[in-house]
Design a protein around this ligand. Structure first.
Ligand code: F6P
Length: 362
C-alpha cells in the first residue's frame, strides 16, 4: 500500500473531522502512506474532486464539528444523477467510480458513513474495491457496533435541550414535546430522554398510545406537578401505525421525517387541560464540537481502520463491541460490512435503558 483514500458520506456527525485526522495521522506516522480525501462523499470520488491530506491539513481538526471533506447524502454511485456529467435522470456510475480510484492510484479506500453509505461500501467491496468502513451517525443505528461516531454528542445536545425545556415548562405549566432525530430508531430519544429526565419517551420500537401520554400528564398534575416533558423520536408511531415520514425515493435516506410533535401537539391539545407546545431540535443535534467521548471514539476507530487496511481486512468495518466476558467494558473489533448493510439497528426489547425507564414509570 502506498496511498489510501478517505471520504465522509451521509448526514454529518460531530467527530467526523476527528476520524479524518486520525486516519491521516495513523496512515502517515505509522505506515508512511500518503492520504487523499474525496470531497462531498461519493460525489467527489465520482467527479474527481479530491485533496491531499497531510499532517498540516489535519492540524487543529480534533474539536471541529462537521467534516472538512464535505459530505453528501444524495450520491449513491449505483444509481444517481450527477449534474457535472449532464445527467438529467439517475443512472449507474460504478465504472466511473472504479476508474476514478485507479486514476488517483488509491490502493485502499476508507469510507466513514452510516448504514446507507456502508451498504454502498459493501457493494463496492463485492466488486473488488479494497474498502474498510468506519461507522458514524448521530442515530447510532449501525448494525455490528455498539456505538457510532456522533451519537454521544447528539445525546449531550438533546439532554441539555431537555434540561432547558424543564424550566420553561414548569414556569408556564405546559406540556412540552421535543422531537429528536434518529430515523427509524429511538436511540437518541431513549438516551437523552432518560438523561434529561423526560416524563415520557416515545420511540419507534414501541408504538405509543395517546391515552398513555394523557394518563402520565394527568398523573403528574394530580401529584402537584402541572407540567410534563415528552421526548419524541422522529420515527415514533402510534399504535394505529400513524406514519410520520414521507417516502421521497427508493433509498432509506430518501425518507423525510419531521412533524410528529406538531401532530401530537394538535391531538393532545384537545385532550389535556395544560397548554401544549412542541419543538423539533432538528439539525442542532448534528452540529458543533464533538464531546470528549466522540473525539476518543473517532480517534480509536480512525486509527483502527488504518490498522485494518494494513492487515488486509477489506470488506470489514471497525466497530465497538461489548466484551462478553466482562473483562473490559468494550473492545475494538472488525466486523463484515455485510452486517452494516443489513439495515438499521433498532433498540432491542431487552435494552437495560428500557428496563430503567419502565421502572421509573416512563
Ligand atoms: O441520519 C442522520 C439524520 O440526521 C437523521 O436523524 C435524520 O432523519 C436525517 O439524517 C435528516 O437528513 P437530511 O440531512 O437529509 O435532512
Amino acid at each position: 500500500i502506498r496511498r489510501i483514500g478517505v471520504l465522509t458520506a451521509g448526514g454529518d456527525a460531530p467527530g467526523l473531522n476527528a476520524a479524518v485526522r486520525a486516519v491521516t495521522k495513523a496512515a502517515i506516522l505509522a505506515h508512511g502512506w500518503s492520504v487523499i480525501g474525496f470531497e462531498d462523499g461519493f460525489e467527489g470520488l465520482l467527479t474527481g474532486r479530491s485533496c491531499p491530506l497531510t499532517l498540516d491539513s489535519v492540524r487543529g481538526l480534533l474539536p471541529v464539528g462537521g467534516t472538512m471533506l464535505g459530505t453528501s447524502n444524495r450520491t449513491n454511485p449505483f444509481w444517481c444523477a450527477v449534474p457535472e456529467f449532464g445527467d438529467r435522470e439517475p443512472r449507474d456510475h460504478t465504472e466511473t467510480l472504479i476508474r476514478s480510484l485507479q486514476r488517483h492510484e488509491v490502493d485502499a479506500l476508507i469510507v466513514i458513513g452510516g448504514d446507507g453509505s456502508l451498504s454502498i461500501a459493501y457493494r463496492l467491496w463485492q466488486l473488488g474495491v479494497p474498502i474498510v468502513g468506519i461507522p458514524k451517525t448521530i442515530d447510532n443505528d449501525v448494525r455490528g457496533t455498539e456505538v457510532t461516531i456522533g451519537f454521544d454528542t447528539a445525546v449531550a445536545v438533546a439532554t441539555e435541550a431537555i434540561d432547558r425545556l424543564h424550566t420553561t415548562a414548569e414556569s408556564h405549566h405546559r406540556v412540552m414535546l421535543v422531537e429528536l432525530m434518529g430515523r427509524t430508531a429511538g436511540w437518541i430519544a431513549l438516551f437523552a430522554g432518560l438523561a434529561g429526565g423526560a416524563d415520557a419517551i416515545l420511540i419507534p420500537e414501541i408504538p405509543y398510545s395517546l391515552e398513555a401520554i394523557v394518563e402520565v400528564i394527568g398523573r403528574r398534575e394530580r401529584a402537584g406537578r402541572p407540567f410534563t416533558i415528552v421526548a419524541v423520536a422522529e420515527g415514533a408511531q402510534s399504535r394505529e401505525g400513524q406514519a410520520v415520514y414521507e417516502i421521497t425515493g427508493p433509498q432509506p435516506y430518501q425518507r423525510k421525517y419531521g412533524g410528529i410533535c406538531r401532530v401530537l401537539e394538535e391531538q393532545l391539545a384537545s385532550r389535556v387541560r395544560l397548554a401544549v407546545r412542541s419543538m423539533a431540535l432538528a439539525y442542532l443535534q448534528r452540529g458543533g464540537s464533538p464531546t470528549a467521548r466522540d473525539r476518543t471514539l473517532a480517534t480509536t476507530l480512525g486509527s483502527a481502520a488504518v490498522h485494518a487496511v494494513s492487515a488486509g481486512h477489506f470488506g470489514q468495518m471497525v466497530a465497538v463491541r461489548g466484551d462478553p466476558h466482562g473483562r473490559a467494558m468494550t473492545s475494538v473489533v472488525t466486523v463484515p460490512l455485510a452486517e452494516a448493510a443489513r439495515g438499521p439497528r433498532l433498540v432491542p426489547a431487552d435494552h437495560p435503558l428500557l428496563d430503567a425507564a419502565r421502572r421509573l414509570g416512563i
